[in-house]
Design a protein around this ligand. Structure first.
Ligand code: P1T
Length: 377
């Protein structure tokens, strides 16, 4: 079956009791039991909820995974995956990730004896040298937030698997429509469903998709034991969102390419970060690994002053954190999403004070370009 058919039907069976075509929001905390140890498979709503279960089936199918778990946020999904490692274990973390992912490793997990090194995973030789005897996981984001570096998922998976190490990929920027990491050998996919999967900027959530039965059993155990579950209402919203994922991603991709092309030609823009541009260092890899280039674009304005002028002059694009919604959002990574990354590391990655990031929405692209044009001038 094709992607859109799966998106619309997986997990979305008509309700057995009423025939409702949309999976109902089962807004209940508990379930009546017929007798001691006798029930319909639902005991308590942290453990099982039919709306959440429908979403879990849906996104797992979209990622080509056997198992899926929905969490309260992208960060809680990542944190739960990190519960596969223990004190004394080492994790290789891509050197550019969402700032909150770095913060989780740097300020939280490090307190629990989990060691990590930041590695530029766009360079396979670099990665080979980073393994230690206690390395248990490689965690990458591709393309990265915000400088859009692309990591070769097949190469990373081969290198890690040769050492018996799991590979995790944060697939938030692409969504399963544009990239399916498991097809390249990745073991575990994480998402912030807050972004493209939900797609309407009205829900915060996260997801973990994987094939390994033992790891899945543990993630499910952690989900129930820690309790960072996605609510029934949010599960409903994301389930509604994924039905239109393909058409939305096509539109984000189309608009993203045009906005990146416009910026690349603009005299006030010094550099554009977008894997769809032939000038992008991993353009050929992105063409092989991704079905498109998506709607995330970053560009260098040269200074904080210039960035501020652009960010405060836009009229259609909305200044704010987050991405992946139907509306265009514009942000300043250095002071917003990546403020928790040390300044020298930011500088090294290209997250300068002059860098501006756009999540290109699905408005009419001429209007987005006209807005950026007037803001730049
Ligand atoms: O916000 P939350 O749902 O917890 O997701 C965290 C997260 C994880 N992974 C990636 C790649 C992300 O971009 C995010 C969140 N990012 C933003 C809020 C942002 O504006 O970049």
């Amino acid at each position: 079956m094709g992607f859109s058919t799966i998106a619309i039907h997986a997990g979305n069976e008509p309700d057995a009791a009423t025939g409702a075509v949309s999976v109902p929001i089962y807004q209940t905390s508990t379930y009546a039991q017929e007798g001691l140890g006798r029930h319909k498979g639902y005991e308590y709503a942290r453990t099982q909820n039919p709306t959440r279960a429908a979403l879990e089936k849906n996104i797992a199918a979209l990622e080509g995974a056997r198992f899926g778990f929905a969490f309260a946020s992208g960060m809680s999904a990542t944190d739960s995956v990190l519960k596969l490692v223990k004190a004394g274990d080492h994790v290789i973390l891509g050197d550019n990730t969402y700032g909150g992912t770095f913060r989780l490793f740097n300020k939280v997990l490090s307190n629990y004896g989990i060691e990590f090194d930041l590695v530029d995973t766009t360079d396979a030789a670099n990665l080979e040298q980073a393994f230690k005897p206690n390395t248990r996981m490689v965690f990458v984001e591709t393309p990265t937030n915000p400088v859009m570096s692309v990591t070769d998922l097949r190469a990373v998976s081969e290198i890690a698997h040769a050492r018996g190490v799991r590979v995790v990929c944060d697939n938030t920027f692409m969504s399963p429509y544009l990239q399916r990491p498991i097809e390249f050998g990745v073991d575990i996919v994480v998402h912030s469903t807050t972004k493209y999967l939900n797609g309407h900027s009205d829900s915060v959530g996260g997801f973990v998709a994987l094939n390994d039965e033992k790891d899945a059993e543990w993630i499910g155990f952690v989900q129930n034991s820690v309790g960072a579950i996605l609510s029934p209402f949010d599960s409903f919203l994301v389930l509604r969102g994924t039905k239109t994922l393909a058409v939305r991603m096509e539109a984000h991709d189309r608009n993203g390419r045009q906005v990146a092309g416009f910026l690349a030609e603009h005299p006030k823009v010094q550099k554009v970060y977008y894997p769809g541009l032939v000038s992008h260092p991993q353009h050929e890899l992105a063409k092989r690994q991704q079905k498109g280039f998506g709607g995330m674009v970053a560009f260098e304005t040269g200074s904080l002053d210039n960035a501020r002028k652009v960010l405060e002059s836009v009229k259609l694009c909305i200044l704010g954190e987050s991405l992946g919604g139907v509306e265009s959002l514009i942000s300043h990574p250095a002071s917003m999403t990546h403020a928790s990354v040390p300044p020298e590391k930011r500088e090294q990655l290209g997250i300068t004070d002059g860098l501006v990031r756009i999540s290109v929405g699905i408005e009419d692209v001429e209007d987005i370009i006209a807005d950026l044009d007037q803001a730049l001038s």
